[in-house]
Design a protein around this ligand. Structure first.
Ligand code: SF4
Length: 187
């Protein structure tokens, strides 16, 4: 698999200061995608154990809250093995730090059945829909997307939205609850 870039300090994708990795390759091709450079599966750089070790080391700094995994599409069949390997290693080393991931695949019918879910804290799911774009949303670009508490969802058998009481994003949570289901299914 291949990756587009690694950010050593990211304050935009998840809570706190994070290390982010953007994987390479996405077949969704959403209109007005924020990152079309990541579409080509042959682009970017090879992702190997060396990059995993580098990311794990970067995440060890005290000011780093966790790891964020974006794309491209980290859950695409071409990429999910590497995503899982990275996430598993991260949780072995840092059980008290968090992993946030973004995927165009829906949680309910695709991501929740994958091994990687064992290691994820938060998943933002759903493709970007330009007509539903809202710059006021937190951690997502369009209102069809959901910020999901992965472990609570797996334990309860239904989608539980992530909320952090220290954060004030009630309006955003309300709009997510209004979305009964993510209806964009991968084809
Ligand atoms: S799923 Fe994400 S990376 Fe892929 S086209 Fe849509 S917005 Fe871009």
């Amino acid at each position: 698999m291949r990756y587009n870039k690694i950010r050593k300090m990211d304050i935009s994708n998840g809570e706190g200061i994070r290390v982010s990795v953007f994987f390479q390759g996405c077949e969704f091709h959403c209109f007005n995608c924020f990152n079309p450079d990541t579409w080509d599966f042959a682009g970017g750089l090879e992702f190997t154990d060396k990059e995993i070790d580098e990311i794990i080391e970067l995440c060890g700094a005290d000011h780093i809250s966790g790891l964020s995994i974006l794309g491209g599409e980290p859950m695409h069949p071409n990429n999910i093995a590497g995503t899982t390997k990275l996430a598993k290693k991260f949780k072995e080393v840092y059980p008290n730090k968090t992993i946030w991931a973004w995927s165009g695949f829906p949680f309910d019918t695709y991501v929740k059945n994958k091994e990687v879910c064992k290691y994820l804290d938060v998943l933002v799911d759903g493709q970007f829909v330009d007509e539903l774009r809202n710059p006021n949303l937190k951690w997502r670009g369009s209102s069809n997307q959901r910020v999901i508490d992965v472990q609570k969802s797996l334990n309860s058998g239904e989608v539980v939205l992530y909320s952090n009481e220290e954060e004030t994003w009630e309006e955003d949570l309300k709009s997510q609850k209004a979305m009964k289901k993510n209806i964009l299914i991968y084809q």
